[in-house]
Structures are given as C-alpha cells and as structure tokens.
Design a protein around this ligand. Structure first.
Ligand code: PLP
Length: 470
C-alpha cells in the first residue's frame, strides 16, 4: 500500500467510523448469528496473491459486521460498559499510525512524560492524595497480577523471583468471594495457588468482607505457619457491585503489615464525582488501586490506571534489566516497562489526554450522575411492578432483578428464558448473574451516548417481553 492509498483508506475508515456511530441506534445491540456461521464464511486458507483493499473492505462489511456486538450502542446495558468516546478514538488513530513502543523513556520520551502527567491528572480527578504514582496498564487483570506479585515478593523478602516458591512458607492472600475472576488468575499465575486465596465471608447489603473474620483469618494463618501477604478488596464487584469497607480493611492491612490492593475496575471512574467517594472511603490507605477508564470513563480499550503508593516495591518486583534495555546516562528517569509484566507497551496516555481535554471533568461527572440517576429510576419502576422484584439494589448504576415465574415454572429457567427473549429482540442487551445461588438479570447504564429515553425504552422492552412470555 503506497502513501496515497494509505491516505485514502484512512479517510474511508474514519468516515466509516463516523457513519457507524451515527447509525448505532438503529442496529440490534447483539448480532443475530448462529455459532460457526461467520467462521464458515471466511476463506479457510490465506491468499497467495494480493487482493484489492476494495474487496477486503467489502468483505469486512458483508461478513464481519453482521457478527459484531455493538458495545458503543446507547442501549448496551450488559456486563459493564466499554466506552470509546470519539475523542479517544481519534487519539487511537494517531497512536496506531505511529505504532511506537513505549517501554523506556528513550523509546518515546513524550509517551512516558505524558503518562506521568496523566496519572497525576487522574489522581486529582479522583480525589486521591499526593503520594500515589502509577502506570497505565492494558487491563485490570494485569494491574492485579502486578499487585499480587508485589505482595508475594514483599512477604518473601524479595526471594520469590529468584528461588521460586518451593520450600517457602505458603503465601496467603485474602479476599471475599465477590471479587473478579482476574484475582483468581493472578493467584494461579503468581504460583501462590487457589488454596492460598482465603475467602472471607461477606455481610450486609453491599456484600462487604466481614472484617472481624478477615482479621481472625490472618491471625489464625500466622499461628499455623502460613505467610499472610496481602488483601484484595473490591469496590463495585462485577456480579452485583459488592463493595468492601476499605477504611476498615486498610486498617487491618496496616496493623498486620499486609499489602492492600483495591479493585475498582468499573466503579473507580465514578469517583470523579465527590458524592460517590464514600464508597471507597479510606482508599488512601491502599498500596495499589486499579480502575479502568476504558470502562465507564470513555477511554478506548485498553486503558487501565493503576495507582501505587510505594513504586519502589513495585519496580523491585517487576524490573529486569538486560544490557539492551539499559538506558545509559539517564538515571532517575521512569521506564514504564519496569512497572508491568509485558515489555512492549502501547501509547495509552494519549487517548486519556484527548478525552479529558475534549470533555472536561464537569461533563464526565454529568454523564456518570445521569447514568446513576436513570438506573435508580428504572430500578424503582421495576420494583413497583407486581411481577418484578429487585434482587440487589442499585450500587451506582448497577442493579439486578427477577420476573415472577408463572405458577409451576422454575424461577431460574423462566428468567433465563426472559433474558434470551430480550436479547434476541435486539433493542436492548442485558446479561445475567447468580445471587445466592439464584439466577438474576443484571442491568447497568454506562454507555457514553445513552439518554434517559434509552433507559425508558429498556423498561418498556423488559415489560413487554415479560408479558409476552406469560
Ligand atoms: C472488568 C473488571 C475486571 C477486569 O478488567 P480487565 O481490564 O478486563 O482485566 C476486574 N475487576 C472488576 C471489578 C471488573 O469489573
């Protein structure tokens, strides 16, 4: 592809993107496709000879697009949002055109220095105190893995990386059963092992760790020869928004010398609004905090911000310096590859810079407040219907509900049928969870372009389809 063709196709792609965003409301949120349909429509072998971009682009539209789920759809109420605000998408075009590796300061000084500045912008936006530095990771899963490795190394007096875990006392990590599966995977990958992830029972409407049980488990483990290393708390758990009492957990972590990682992957973005910060009161006592601006805040995926209190422990755990990565003569500078597990790094700060400037914090706060208000209103409208019940109350913009099954029908099966019928209809998209062993339908509002009318339509669709099911 020569320079002129690159120009033309880049313009075509940008125009396609704008058209796509304009027509989203008219598309079904989830595609109507059967498993294997698209796989079979794609040539089984790679071409020997070049094909025209015209043909490739036409196939993209004909074969790929019908199989896409539209995460930017204003009536996407499933999972958590994965917003890509247009300003952040524009930044991603630029990043993708430059394709710089931003692993060391010298492999792109602007990327490193902007990242340092943006981390501090985010710290201020979220109301975190000075003293936190941080890094933009690809995902919360990576941030949590980095935190777990740091907990492990700190507890093992920095011997785990060198000697491995054989012959060491078993490292113990504490969390509730409401944390994301990325915590389990970090425990597996770090060699700590699932049996050493101690699950603390939860209580109360927010399903917070029972802090007395947490402290008892730590004391008990120590008495039994285990090595307590860290606690993973959540603010806005993925299933129904479970939220730990961070102040009490931080207090226990401090008294027992444990490392505290707070997973606020989804809910963290809401902390740009001061009135929601009570949900993570005490967070300044954490050693590590992760939130995903690629979820609610509007930064194109991937963009996960990890705040770190003691960057020395973090870098001591993760940094490795072969000769070819040494940056001679530039001591004291930040090389962000020493802050994460992968070496190669995309230039992720640019899209946050574009996003924060193009919208300003005021507009982003208004968006989040609207989502919360619309979601609360929908929850109370459903709760007022005789055939619906709330399973969990709104935590920010997330709640779960159930429809009453007809006499003789199984409630779980009935609600699964309802969910499938709603999603096959295509006007809205919802997902499910299990609460205390029973099926519940989740709803969250968080899409960048959602309006009050979109959430009202959700009410109409849910009611209409539940009524049709009888
Ligand atoms: C989404 C989510 C994660 C995982 O985020 P990735 O960036 O996809 O790794 C972890 N924890 C919580 C609470 C989440 O909502």
């Amino acid at each position: 592809m020569d320079g002129n063709e690159f120009r033309d196709w880049s313009i075509r792609a940008a125009e396609w993107g704008a058209d796509y965003r304009e027509t989203l409301r008219d598309r079904p949120v989830r595609p109507r496709t059967e498993p294997g349909e698209i796989f079979r429509a794609i040539e089984p072998s790679p071409p020997e000879d070049a094909e025209s971009m015209e043909k490739i682009f036409a196939d993209f539209e004909a074969t790929i697009m019908p199989g896409m789920t539209h995460w930017q759809h204003p009536r996407f109420f499933a999972y958590f949002p994965a917003n890509a605000a247009p300003a952040s998408v524009v930044a991603e075009y630029l990043v993708s055109a430059m394709a710089a590796q931003c692993m060391l300061w010298q492999t792109s000084p602007a990327a490193t220095e902007l990242e340092m500045r943006i981390i501090d912008w985010m710290r201020q936006a979220l109301g975190l105190p000075e003293g936190f530095s941080g890094v933009i990771q690809d995902s919360a899963s990576s941030a949590t893995l980095a935190a777990v490795l740091t907990m492990r190394e700190r507890a093992l007096a920095w011997e785990g990386n060198r000697k491995g875990l054989a012959g060491q006392r078993a490292v113990r990590i504490y969390s509730s059963d409401q944390v994301h599966t990325s915590i389990d995977r970090a425990i597996w990958v770090s060699g700590i092992g699932e049996e050493n992830l101690v699950r603390i029972p939860v209580k109360g409407p927010l399903r917070a760790m029972d802090v007395a049980a947490l402290e008892a488990a730590i004391i008990d483990d120590r008495a039994n020869g285990f090595l307590p290393a860290g606690i993973i708390a959540c603010v806005g758990g993925t299933s129904v928004g479970a939220t730990d009492d961070i102040a009490s957990v931080a207090d226990i972590a401090g008294r027992h010398g444990l490392y505290l990682h707070v997973d606020a992957a989804w809910a963290g973005s809401a902390m740009i609004c001061p009135e929601y910060r009570h949900f993570w009161a005490g967070v300044e006592g954490a050693d590590s905090i992760v939130l995903n601006p690629h979820k609610w805040l509007g930064a194109q995926f991937d963009c996960s911000v990890q705040f770190i209190r003691d960057s020395e422990s973090h870098v001591r755990t993760l940094a490795i310096k072969p000769e070819y990565l040494k940056t001679h003569g530039h001591d004291g500078i930040v090389n962000y590859s020493e802050w994460s597990v992968p070496l190669g790094r995309r230039f992720r700060a640019l899209k946050l810079w574009f996003l924060l400037r193009a919208h300003g914090l005021q507009a982003l706060r208004t968006m989040i407040r609207n989502h919360v208000a619309w979601s609360e209103k929908l929850a109370s409208r459903l709760a007022a219907e005789p055939d619906f019940e709330l399973v969990t109350e709104p935590m920010l913009s997330l709640f779960s509900f159930r429809h009453r099954a007809p006499a003789g029908a199984d409630a779980d099966e009935h609600n699964l049928r309802l969910l499938n019928a709603i999603n096959n209809d295509g006007r809205i998209y919802l997902t499910q969870t299990k609460v205390d062993g029973h099926f519940a339908i989740r709803f969250q509002a968080g899409q960048f372009d959602s309006t009050a009318q979109d959430v009202e339509m959700a009410f109409a669709v849910i009611k209409e389809i539940a009524c049709d099911l009888g």
